[in-house]
Design a protein around this ligand. Structure first.
Ligand SMILES: [Zn+2]
Length: 213
């Protein structure tokens, strides 16, 4: 095969641990974890008077989702400029984005893609997300803990304010159909998909990913 670079795409519900797993893999293979949010923040640092960039910034500031075309433009520019493997957190996140990425790969044979799908029951995601605490001192995140004090810095732990059950349920019901369409797309196109059980511990999941990629 002529592939020289790999895109690892982590797909999963909020609280599935995909961000943690993406960072573990990043350290291991010395690649960078990129989300569309990172690319957007980088792009809108200097909008100048470019109407396209000003629109992106406006949507970003209002919290309005960006159209697929924006994500696709940013990813195309990013992939065109990078010489190492890439880890995407939560991209592609729609059928349109998946289709774009497949087309891009078919024209750029130096890249291959591996989808890493961390499966988690929606109820587990809700339970984890609503019991997640964040340290006021160092920002460390704790899943489902009764502790009130941070083990790393001694700061106090509090439940994140945007993690109430209603918000979490709404976020998860937005995620589910997107994830399903992305996974279905890659299954139909015979891409390499690694499915891991997100109910297992962080170490078990990272071990499973390492053994399958
Ligand atoms: Zn702390």
């Amino acid at each position: 095969m002529s592939h020289q670079k790999t895109i690892y795409s982590f797909i999963g519900l909020p609280a599935s641990g995909k961000g943690t797993q993406a960072s573990i893999l990043a350290k291991k293979i010395k690649a960078k974890v990129i989300g569309i949010g990172d690319l957007i923040r980088e792009t809108i640092k200097d909008t100048g008077d470019d109407p396209f960039l000003i629109d992106i910034k406006k949507r970003y500031d209002d919290g309005t989702p960006q159209p697929d075309a924006v994500a696709i433009d940013l990813v195309t520019a990013y992939l065109g400029n990078i010489d190492s493997d890439v880890i995407f957190d939560n991209f592609p996140f729609s059928n349109g984005q998946a289709e774009f990425l497949s087309n891009y790969l078919s024209k750029h044979s130096e890249w291959e893609i591996i989808i890493i799908y961390i499966e988690l029951a929606p109820e587990t995601a809700i339970r984890r997300a609503t019991s997640r605490k964040i340290c006021s001192g160092c920002g460390a995140i704790y899943e489902a803990t009764d502790e009130m004090i941070c083990k790393k810095c001694g700061g106090s732990l509090a439940v994140r304010s945007d993690d109430n059950e209603e918000t979490v349920r709404a976020r998860i019901s937005q995620y589910l159909p997107k994830i399903n369409e992305v996974i279905k797309y890659f299954e139909n196109s015979n891409s390499k998909i690694i499915k891991v059980d997100g109910e297992k511990s962080i170490e078990e999941v990272s071990g499973e990913i390492a053994s399958k990629i």
